[in-house]
Design a protein around this ligand. Structure first.
Ligand code: ZN
Length: 280
C-alpha cells in the first residue's frame, strides 16, 4: 500500500510503501504515517470490490475481496475515526483515471478510460466528466472475450474461462508460455496474442462508452512493443465502422499512462481534495 502526502497542485511531497498484511497489522501503520502531519483530507484508491453507494450501510467498506482478511472491512471509517478529517474513497483504478483526467493525458476530455494490465486487469472510467459508479463500480477486467483458435490456455480467473483478466493479465502470460512476461520480450507470438485480447477489449469499451481516449498502464504495458500491435489490431477489429477525429489518430487515442506510474496516487490526492470540497 502506497501512502503519500501532496498538495492541490498534484505535487507529491512524501511517499512510502507498506506491505498489505491484515487490517489489524497494516492499518495502524498507515494511520501513524499520516498522524501529526497536518493533512486536511485523505483520498483512498482501494482494491475491490468496494461499496461506493453513499446510501448504503456499508459505504466505504471493502466487500467481497479475495484478500480474505480484508473482507467486509470498513476502511474509510477506520481513517475517519483515527484522523478526524474528510475521506474520499474509490477504486484504485478509478483513482488512476482521475489522476490522468486531472493532471495527465486525460485533461480536457469528457470521457476516457484507464486500464491497468498487471497481476490483474482493472478499469477506471470517466464519462461526461464523472467517475462511473452505478450499481457498484466498473469491473472491466471480467468482460468476456473471443478466445483465439489454437490458444488452449484456460484463463486463470476462477469465475470465467475467457474473461479479459484471465486471458491477458500477467499470470496468464506466465501460465500460457511458462515464463514471466519480462523474459519473453523477444517472442513476437506472445505479444501478438496479448495484443489481440487487449484490442478486442478496447473495441468493446470504445463502442459502449464512446471514449475519447484509452490510457493503458500496469506492469504488462511496460512492454512498449505492445502499443503498435494493439493499435493495428484495434483498427482491424473495428473495421472502419466508426469515423471520428479521435479514431483517425490511434497514436493519440490509445496511449500509455502519462504520470510516471503515479496516476493512482495522484488520483487519490484528487479524491481527498474532492472530499474536502464536499465538507466545506
Ligand atoms: Zn473473470
Amino acid at each position: 500500500m502506497v501512502c503519500a502526502i501532496g498538495n492541490e497542485k498534484g505535487e507529491i511531497l512524501e511517499q512510502i510503501s507498506i506491505p498489505t498484511e491484515t487490517p489489524e497489522l497494516t492499518v495502524p501503520k498507515l494511520i501513524s504515517f499520516y498522524q501529526d502531519k497536518g493533512i486536511e483530507a485523505l483520498g483512498i484508491g482501494c482494491f475491490g470490490p468496494i461499496d461506493l453507494n453513499r446510501g448504503s450501510n456499508t459505504y466505504g467498506y471493502i466487500t467481497t475481496t479475495p484478500k480474505l482478511a480484508w473482507q467486509n472491512y470498513n476502511i474509510t471509517g477506520a481513517f475517519e475515526k483515527a484522523l478526524g478529517i474528510p475521506v474520499g474513497f474509490d477504486t484504485d483504478v478509478n483513482a488512476s483515471v482521475l489522476g490522468e483526467y486531472t493532471w495527465g493525458i486525460g485533461r480536457g476530455l469528457n470521457s476516457c478510460i484507464y486500464i491497468t494490465i498487471g497481476t490483474g486487469i482493472g478499469t477506471g472510467i470517466i464519462v461526461d466528466g464523472r467517475l462511473v459508479h452505478g450499481m457498484l463500480h466498473p469491473e472491466g477486467g471480467h468482460i468476456l472475450l473471443h478466445k483465439l483458435p489454437g490458444d488452449d490456455y484456460r484463463g486463470f480467473c476462477p469465475f470465467h474461462e475467457n474473461c479479459f483478466e484471465g486471458l491477458a493479465a500477467g499470470p496468464a502470460i506466465e501460465g500460457r508460455w511458462g515464463r514471466k512476461a519480462g523474459e519473453l520480450s523477444e517472442e513476437s507470438r506472445v505479444w501478438e496474442l496479448e495484443a489481440e485480447y487487449i484490442a478486442q477489449a478496447l473495441v468493446n469499451y470504445t463502442c459502449i462508452l464512446s471514449l475519447q481516449r484509452i490510457i493503458l498502464g500496469g506492469g504488462v504495458m511496460h512492454q512498449k512493443q505492445l502499443f503498435p500491435l494493439i493499435r493495428s489490431r484495434f483498427r482491424e477489429l473495428l473495421n472502419g465502422y466508426l469515423k471520428t477525429k479521435e479514431l483517425e489518430d490511434l497514436d493519440s487515442f490509445i496511449v500509455p499512462q502519462s504520470l510516471d506510474d503515479k496516476q493512482g496516487i495522484m488520483g487519490a490526492l484528487k479524491l481527498g481534495l474532492m472530499a474536502l470540497e464536499r465538507n466545506t
